[in-house]
Write a protein that binds this ligand. Sequence first.
Ligand SMILES: Nc1nc2c(ncn2[C@@H]2O[C@H](COP(=O)(O)OP(=O)(O)OP(=O)(O)O)[C@@H](O)[C@H]2O)c(=O)[nH]1
Ligand SMILES: [Mg+2]
Length: 374
Amino acid sequence: MLEIAPHGNPLVVQLILEDLLNRGCRLAEPGEFTRTAFLNGRLDLTQAEAVADLIHARSERSLELARRQMHGSVGRKMSDLTDQLLQIMAHLEAYIDFPEEDLPSEDQVGPAQDLQALIVELQALMETQHYAALLHEGVKTLIVGEPNVGKSSLINTLLGTDRAIVSDRPGTTRDYLSAFIMLGSWRIEILDTAGFHDEAKDLESIGIELTMEQSETADCFLLVLDSSQNAPTLPQALLDKMTPENTLVLENKIDLKSHTDCSEYLPEIQHCAVSVKHETGMAKFKAAWLKLLEARIAPLSQVDGLVLNARHASALSEATQALQAAHDKMSANELSELIAADLRQGIEAIGNVVGRVDNERMLDRLFREFCIGK
Ligand SMILES: Nc1nc2c(ncn2[C@@H]2O[C@H](COP(=O)(O)OP(=O)(O)OP(=O)(O)O)[C@@H](O)[C@H]2O)c(=O)[nH]1
Ligand SMILES: [Mg+2]
């Protein structure tokens, strides 16, 4: 291996590259080194994926997660799950392979319970994939409310620039506008939307439709009110999506003399009093928002600090189905051979997460657990 460290002048780099290419070198393919490391068994598939995550990480949290996965956190967990399954399997196999031996009478209750516990663990692990989407793509937060309440003013204040047009004419925002901000160590995708009102026509009603569409996939809502006006009338379909866990109500324009207390409106949802224009109450609002996010997201991230991606989760879902089938067969006292076949399928599916299936290990376990040399 030869390492060339020139200074950073792009022209010099270009000339060196051209020279090397003329001498018969070629440029590496994207991901080629990681791929080679995987093929040579230096990295498992989850570690190779983590290299890509590391490159694309846009928040401290996803960076930290990628770093841990690169050091094998997911691989170790899969190996641990496989070990547990092998133990159950070894138990079964002993009765299949040596039926005439003097083994104690077959106990199905213990293995069935172990298997059930494993299924629960797999399900919790699969849940963490939602957390991965939040981490990598950002927590999708929709700013909604009636026209002229200050939604566009809010996104501008959060971004620190005048991205969205603000005017005192209701119905200014027609199309939604999306941008990214960091809140604490969270990446947030924030969307300014068209204001809701009953008599919307043409372009405005198209804007409202778009907001409804976006609300289908939103993780969080910031519902903005003009505290100097009457309580809003928002579509029930939108209100149905808002819960105390995913929504904050912002009582805006508290700088106006005519502002009133809006705590009666959606009383179960937390309210923050702000003046977006004068940046009053913003620190308190951001703290409440951060708390809401962490409360919402924390339960998703509590399986040994691991977060699986969609590919891992789909492999584990396949494993869960196989294990569930094995469990059902155990409960029905079916043949050990049939149960073992399901378990093997489960092990294989878990093995697909790290990209290698290792049957040798099953044999090792089998011979270690049972003294068959007697
Ligand atoms: N007094 C006062 N006025 C505000 C405040 N926040 C926003 N405004 C004003 O309210 C008007 C509407 O603000 P926008 O941010 O355009 O409101 P919007 O909700 O995006 O309105 P649409 O796009 O029409 O749905 C503007 O004139 C803002 O300057 C505030 O805290 N206090
Ligand atoms: Mg607007």
